[in-house]
Design a protein around this ligand. Structure first.
Ligand code: MD3
Ligand code: FE
Length: 211
């Protein structure tokens, strides 16, 4: 923990990685997730290899992350409806920009917001996020509902990862040298969250398109 960020409440896990504990009002986020999901329902996408992802996903914002037999990419319409993704709530965007700036990343311009829903047992294997144009822009992630063990490596997937338990209301900012780190989520354990029931939600804000 650096003194600079200790004062503002973030823990610097490593260069470019900032953890903000209890930074969010989970209830208000959950309501907005419901609004997005009414227009763009959660769905289990297929990996390029044809496997059904255990995490259910949807998106809001100008661009949304999609996966299918053709690969991983960002799309400006929901492939299930042919419609534009629902707009990114302005309060979400402002919060993401504020968290990025508070972590040392001024000028964050998110145009994509991926919403992950983990039922009990759902997980995300280690991967890099590299479908975005500009790796100088950070990724801001918000966790709601059931806790999960988040695991991260460095620029290679090798070796034993470091682990962080993410709880409802926590925010993570990844930029600079950490932007291309391998990371994943261990299977979510059984439990019940007062707001989110048997689910964990993760919202990630990204700059996906060109500046
Ligand atoms: C580190 N989501 O959607 S969020 C993803 O909890 C994703 O659902 C996880 O990985 C989740 O791609 C982790 C934290 C996170 C997001 C993006 C990163 C960490 C990151 C990009 C680079 C390095
Ligand atoms: Fe990721």
């Amino acid at each position: 923990m650096t003194d600079l960020f200790a004062a503002s409440g973030a823990e610097e896990l490593g260069p470019g990685m900032f953890l903000w504990r209890s930074a969010l009002d989970a209830g208000s986020y959950l309501r907005s997730i419901g609004d997005v999901a009414q227009r763009a329902p959660f769905r289990h996408m297929l990996t390029p290899g044809g496997r059904r992802m255990s995490v259910a996903m949807t998106n809001c914002g100008a661009l949304g992350w999609v996966s299918d037999a053709r690969g991983y990419r960002y799309a400006d319409t929901d492939p299930d409806s042919g419609q534009a993704w629902p707009p990114m709530p302005e309060r979400w965007r402002l919060e993401a920009v504020r968290l990025a700036a508070g972590s040392g990343f001024d000028g964050f311009l998110p145009d994509a917001c991926l919403i992950n829903r983990y039922a009990i047992g759902a997980r995300m294997t280690a991967h890099q996020d590299r479908n975005e144009h500009d790796y100088s822009q950070p990724i801001v992630s918000l966790s709601l509902g059931l806790p999960a063990s988040f695991a991260f490596h460095g620029l290679a997937r090798s070796g034993r990862p470091r682990r962080v338990r993410l709880e409802s209301g926590d925010a993570l900012v990844w930029g600079g040298p950490a932007r291309l780190y391998f990371h994943g989520v261990q299977p979510v354990g059984p439990g019940h969250d007062l707001l989110c029931g048997p689910f964990r939600y993760n919202i990630t804000f990204r700059r996906a398109g060109p500046a």
